[in-house]
Design a binder for this molecule. Structure first.
Ligand code: ADP
Ligand code: MG
Length: 590
């Protein structure tokens, strides 16, 4: 083997470029973030050929001093953090000091800047990572201009991964919208091949959202603004009746950063579940503000993922805040939402008992997980969702017992040797489907089922591009999609075990994940997220009446499914109330 030696700096930056600026849209994102971090009030971006030929960003921010221009292009050089403490509560969008170095390593790059209060502007040039020795004087009134031309001209392998200019533009426009939504107080402009595409004046939050997502969305949306326990959730969420032709209207920001996060996505899905009929698409622009020390943004080079220190409380807060906002659109919401006194083993939420009672599915949808999360505190002595269920004795034939009844279309009640078993049927079913998918994917790939009649769907340019670029990944996940028009796809096959689910919606979720993370990452490290999203679609919804044999079949499946004590999102799927506990409640034998 050749001897071990450190990689040259340029090569390190070129490797980093593969992660941080893997396509023009990511470069655009990084540059927009730099301009935002610089305190700009006006930012304009010009792209040529989707950004492949050129990306040019001009801002009116604080600028960079002449002596720091060279440093700005150096790897791991940043003005934004200086210590571990800074990192742990970072307030800026950037902090890794990688973007400019990476971009300069893979393009013809110019950075011109005029520090506020300085008499002149200066510029520094770099071509494929070889930098001019000294900054030169430049003409610029204020702020900074960054120009990256001929992206990846010196890294042909990376260049090969680029798609058509049109596709790259679709990705770039998405990055632009995210930046614009996150900061309504800043003016943003975008042009493509010399043609103006967007001009967004500084505005109030709701106005900016309307400008980006359109009047129709704004008219159908409810304002969200809930502040509690150190969290604030604000923005607009479309009423359930508003159906969007694609999933392109789902934006979630944490402390101003656009993120895709499983915990948040799930909380939103659950908040919509009770009110979203016919599996329509939710559409929303939501901002979660919280103590930066409680969320780690340094999980992924592009910072699209975050890690919450206490994801359970984040889930609980987001779910409740959104559910509350959406309930304004629901008739008779007051009874379903009046907090119930926690009494008895199931915290029998007054609303459930009044509305339906045992066995009869509620006519009005009831808040599915309200009991699970809402009054968890008061009921902790009985439910203890954090504690794993007590292990069942080995050798028992049917540890989860036999079904007695269904409660409020949500829980299956079952009797076993120890007493009563309460099963959250949606969570349990989701876990079963998830484990099946996981086994199949680890094995040969997910078995697919051809649809007799392909499901056609409206699709955004990004969805169409993603579908045509990733047939192999989609096939492994059990999908076959065909492009039938520039804005339409046909779903020809879906995973066999999900044949009952809404094919178009399933496909959209999968496409969104692939567009964001790339096919190979989705199959590798994002696999579990992907599968749990798919499973969530397929799982039985609340308020579905199950027959006795169906309930028993669910119990049997749970027994043989690995890890079925926890649902995909870490919630318990069932728990036991022993005869002893019941006796105690009724003060028997005292
Ligand atoms: P990071 O944003 O992680 O600090 P970058 O490589 O993106 O790293 O930028 C390096 C440094 O260059 C930043 O920390 C900042 O000081 C400076 N900089 C980059 N872009 C701008 C800009 N548009 N205006 C002012 N300063 C900038
Ligand atoms: Mg940066």
């Amino acid at each position: 083997m050749p001897s071990i030696r450190p990689l040259p700096d340029l090569l390190i930056s070129q490797i980093a470029a593969g992660e941080v600026v893997d396509r023009p849209a990511s470069a655009l994102k990084e540059l927009l973030e730099n301009s935002v971090d610089a305190g700009s009030t006006e930012i304009s971006a010009q792209l040529a050929d989707g950004g492949i030929r050129q990306i040019r960003i001009a801002d009116n921010g604080c600028g960079i001093a002449r002596d720091e221009l060279v440093l700005a292009l150096a790897r791991h050089a940043t003005s934004k953090i200086a210590s571990l403490e800074d990192l742990e509560r970072v307030g800026s969008l950037g902090f890794r000091g990688e973007a400019l170095a990476s971009l300069a390593a893979v393009s013809h790059f110019t950075l011109s800047s005029r520090e506020r209060g300085s008499a002149h502007a200066w510029k520094i040039e770099s071509s494929g990572g070889s930098m001019a020795a000294e900054p030169e004087p430049a003409a610029l009134a204020a702020g900074s201009v960054v120009e990256a031309t001929d992206l990846y001209f010196n890294t042909p392998a990376r260049r090969k991964f680029l798609r058509s200019a049109q596709t790259e533009y679709a990705h770039s426009e998405e990055a632009f919208k995210r930046a614009a939504l996150s900061r309504p107080d800043i003016q943003f402009a975008l042009s493509h091949n010399g043609r103006p595409q967007w001009l967004l004046h500084a505005a109030a939050e709701a106005e900016r959202i309307r400008a980006v997502l359109g009047d129709e969305f704004a008219a159908a949306s409810l304002p969200v603004d809930v502040d509690s326990a150190g969290f604030r959730l604000h923005g607009l969420a479309a009423q359930p009746a508003y159906s969007r032709s694609s999933r392109d209207a789902q934006f979630f920001f944490v402390n101003g950063r656009f993120v895709r996060d499983k915990v948040l996505a799930h909380a939103v899905r659950e908040a919509y579940h009770d009110v979203l009929h016919h599996e329509r698409h939710s559409a929303y622009v939501l901002f979660l503000d919280m103590d930066p020390a409680l969320v780690d943004a340094n999980v992924h080079p592009t910072k699209i993922e975050v890690r919450f220190r206490d994801s359970r409380s984040v889930h609980q807060f987001v779910f409740h805040a959104l559910e509350k906002a959406l309930s304004a659109s629901r008739a008779g919401a007051t009874t379903a939402h009046s907090p119930a006194p926690a009494a008895g083993a199931f915290r029998a939420d007054g609303a459930y008992a009044r509305q339906s009672g045992i066995g009869f599915p509620a006519a009005e949808p009831v808040p599915f997980y309200a009991a699970m999360f809402g009054q968890a505190q008061a009921a902790a002595d009985v439910v203890a969702p954090e504690r794993p269920p007590a292990p069942l004795p080995a050798g028992e034939e049917h540890p989860l017992g036999f079904a007695l009844a269904q409660l409020s279309g949500v829980y299956v009640l079952s009797q076993n040797r120890h007493g009563l078993v309460v099963v959250d049927m949606h969570a349990a079913h989701e876990r079963i489907v998830y484990e099946k998918l996981k086994l199949a994917l680890d094995d040969e790939g997910i078995p697919t089922q051809q649809l007799l009649i392909p499901a056609t769907m409206h699709a955004s340019a990004l969805e169409v591009a993603t579908a045509s670029e990733n047939p192999a990944t989609l096939a492994r996940l059990g999908f076959e999609l065909a492009v039938i028009a520039p804005n339409a796809l046909a779903v020809r096959s879906v995973p066999m075990s999900l044949a009952q689910a809404d094919a178009a919606q399933l496909a959209r979720d999968v496409l969104a994940e692939i567009a964001e993370f790339g096919g190979s990452r989705v199959l590798a490290e994002r696999q579990n997220e992907m599968l749990s999203t798919m499973a969530c679609h397929a799982a039985v919804r609340a308020n579905r009446a199950l027959t006795q044999p169906e309930m028993n079949a669910l119990l049997r499946e749970m027994e043989i499914t690995e890890r079925s004590g926890q649902c995909n999102h870490g919630r318990p799927t069932w728990f036991q109330v022993t005869m002893g506990e019941l006796d105690k409640m009724f003060m028997r034998g005292k």
